[in-house]
Write a protein that binds this ligand. Structure first.
Ligand SMILES: [Zn+2]
Length: 255
């Protein structure tokens, strides 16, 4: 990003601040959010540069905006806001929303159906979130999930491989993720209880998004169960949430 962006960001940080009361109200229920002034400043810049819009009559309050910003900025805390370049819109629905799907099969027949979604990240377009899912579903973190997809899409279609940093080994990434993904799908097929959300089996890109949620929300357990993937995520996100997460995180609770 150029000097103009840097200048604008400096101005925003000089002139504005997310007040203590608002920050605490918005993040009080989010045990995995670290007490971090850096995160708070990043969330402020995020809100200055992104456009949050309520859909279906939803009024997006300041607390909702800050809650979404804090969670969305956690994955890019050590990467920077430029990793969310290329889109500005974030659309928030009151609850799950319906999207029309269309697919042409190998016989040229067009199939149409409706999907009920808690979130969606569109390539080159907005992030769409269900506020009900974001606020009330303890099984998923739809904000981290959708923004992880956005990172994945930075180098083309979502495939579970975001742009790796110089020095990271693509083969090590692929080996760790393929082994974990295959093992996960296999366990699911054999009817085993899986610790991760079964939705992760849908596609390698979903596995990346779901395990990114776990990485930030339940780092100790993620590290224990998927040490190689955890190691790759530490390199990619440039954070090691295990040990830095405030006590009271979701680790230790069964799910
Ligand atoms: Zn997804």
């Amino acid at each position: 990003m150029g000097w103009l962006t840097n200048w604008r960001r400096r101005r925003v940080l000089e002139k504005h601040r997310i007040e203590d009361a608002l920050w605490h109200a918005a993040t009080a229920g989010l045990a995995f959010i670290p007490r971090s002034e850096k995160l708070r400043r990043l969330a402020l810049l995020f809100l200055a540069e992104k456009q949050l819009t309520g859909a279906h009559g939803l009024e997006v309050t300041d607390a909702m905006r800050v809650s979404i910003a804090a969670q969305a900025c956690l994955p890019i805390l050590e990467l920077g806001l430029d990793w969310y370049a290329g889109f500005t819109g974030i659309v928030v629905y009151p609850g799950d929303f319906r999207v029309r799907r269309e697919e042409t099969d190998e016989h040229g027949v067009v199939h149409e159906w409706d999907d009920e979604l808690a979130g969606e990240a569109m390539p080159g377009g907005p992030v769409v979130l269900s506020w009900d899912a974001a606020a009330n579903d303890p099984e998923i973190n739809v904000v981290i999930h959708e923004f992880a997809h956005k990172l994945d899409m930075l180098n083309g279609a979502a495939d579970g491989l975001p742009p790796l940093h110089p020095g990271m080994d693509r083969r090590a990434w692929a080996a760790a993720f393929e082994q974990a993904y295959e093992g996960f799908c296999d366990a699911l097929e054999r009817g085993k209880d899986t610790w991760l959300d079964p939705y992760a089996a849908e596609h390698p890109s979903e596995f990346f998004a779901v395990i990114s949620e776990a990485f930030f929300e339940q780092p100790a357990e993620t590290k224990r169960r998927y040490p190689d993937v955890y190691g790759q995520l530490v390199l990619f996100y440039r954070q090691d949430p295990h040990g830095t997460i405030p006590r009271g995180g979701k680790d230790g609770t069964a799910r």
